[in-house]
Design a protein around this ligand. Structure first.
Ligand SMILES: *Cc1c(COP(=O)(O)O)cnc(C)c1O
Length: 371
């Protein structure tokens, strides 16, 4: 029996081995390791791919969120609305700038935040909202931007799981005032290490991010620092890798959609329920379903060498790190956290891999008295 891995970076890099070797060799020869033409080339390519005027490479996705908020002068005294069903980095970035995360629940169908949920949480101290395009699904951005604009609230998209997800010709990251991306290796577009980017149409905001991410340097000066910034830059070696992988991203996303359609067909009569609106804007970073028998199902899959995960087992508002905020009840996300299971999803899965996963799930439900 061959294992079915949850993600398969080895296969990705095997198919690109020669191109990656050449890209690294070129980066070594140039000896520009921080900034320089390799980084600029990737930033330009990423801005073009996202349909935005600017892209700024940074050290990781968490920094991308933090730097976007800082460049908007969001900090102490400000509230930032965040869906509780997200990776911890989303509220972490809010706390890093000195603002307060205000956790909200999600829609039961796709587990994304909605405009109505956001509007109900807006107060006079709300400075921004961070919609998260979870699992590769775009949040309902047209409605969210409309509500945010009406209340004078900034929108920073957490697009770390939604590279090139698109609706009505507009791409993830290009809807709000800024979009934050992670290039963590397992993301749809991943580096060989950490990386991130901010995309925006606002040149002033982009220059503020560039300065803050580079020790607050004045952009045309090496030793004049306009603000106390920090160091959060995308390495040239990672930019070289990302430029190579970006050429395949659309093709990989297409294959993820095909894998998802195999799952959807095969799971039609299954007791586990996929979390999807099934719209074409989805880039399927993860393939998530729910079942009350989640923990035992994961054990069963693991015994059959099938990798599965949980995104996420503990909603952010229940994390020990946020114990000091007022106790909150966000029942939709809390219940989902006990039931969610992420099945193997990556661009190298075959239809027979998917059928084996689904058959192993069926065997679990036949074998135990669960109902
Ligand atoms: C991965 C991820 C991040 C953080 O990205 P890093 O590059 O790991 O810092 C933020 N938000 C979401 C939703 C993510 O999935």
């Amino acid at each position: 029996m061959t294992a079915t891995e949850f993600v398969d970076l080895r296969s990705t890099h095997l198919t690109l081995r020669d191109e990656l070797d050449r890209a690294w060799a070129a980066a070594l020869d140039s000896s520009d390791f921080i900034g320089g033409s390799t980084v600029v080339a990737f930033e330009n390519a990423w801005a073009t791919a996202c349909g935005t005027r600017e892209a700024i490479g940074v050290a990781n996705g968490t920094d991308a969120l933090e730097l976007a908020l800082r460049a908007m002068s969001i900090g102490r005294g400000d509230d930032v609305i965040v869906p509780t069903n997200t990776f911890f980095a989303t509220p972490e970035a809010v706390v890093a700038v000195g603002a307060r995360p205000v956790f909200v629940d999600v829609d039961p169908s796709d587990l994304l935040v909605t405009a109505a949920i956001i509007e109900a949480a807006i107060t006079h101290t709300t400075a921004a909202v961070i919609p998260v395009h979870l699992y590769g699904q775009l949040a309902p951005m047209a409605d969210i931007v409309e509500v945010a604009d009406r209340h004078g609230v900034r929108v920073v998209e957490d697009a770390a799981q939604a590279h090139l997800a698109e609706r009505d010709g507009r791409i993830a990251g290009g809807w709000g005032a800024a979009g934050a991306f992670s290039f963590y290796p397992g993301k749809n577009l991943g580096a060989l290490g950490d990386g991130g980017a901010i995309v925006t149409d606002d040149h002033v905001l982009a220059d503020r991010v560039r300065s803050i991410a580079n020790h607050g340097r004045r952009l045309d000066s090496k030793y004049v620092h306009d603000v106390v910034g920090r160091n959060s830059r995308l390495d040239a070696l990672q930019a070289a890798v990302l430029s190579v992988k970006l050429e395949r991203l659309a093709e990989w996303n297409t294959h993820r959609r095909v894998v998802a359609s195999w799952y959807a067909d095969a799971l039609t009569d299954s007791p586990i329920e996929p979390i999807r609106r099934g719209t074409s804007d989805d880039v399927f970073h993860l393939y998530v379903a729910r079942t009350p028998h989640r923990d035992r199902l994961i054990e069963h899959l693991s015994r059959h060498q099938i990798g599965a995960g949980v995104h996420y087992p503990l909603p952010c508002h229940l994390q020990p790190a946020f114990e000091s905020i007022e106790p909150l009840s966000l029942p939709i996300a809390e219940r989902a956290a006990t039931e969610l299971i992420s099945l193997p999803m990556h661009p190298h899965l075959t239809e027979s891999d998917v059928l084996r996963v689904v058959e192993t799930i069926a065997e679990f439900f036949r074998g135990c008295n669960v109902d």
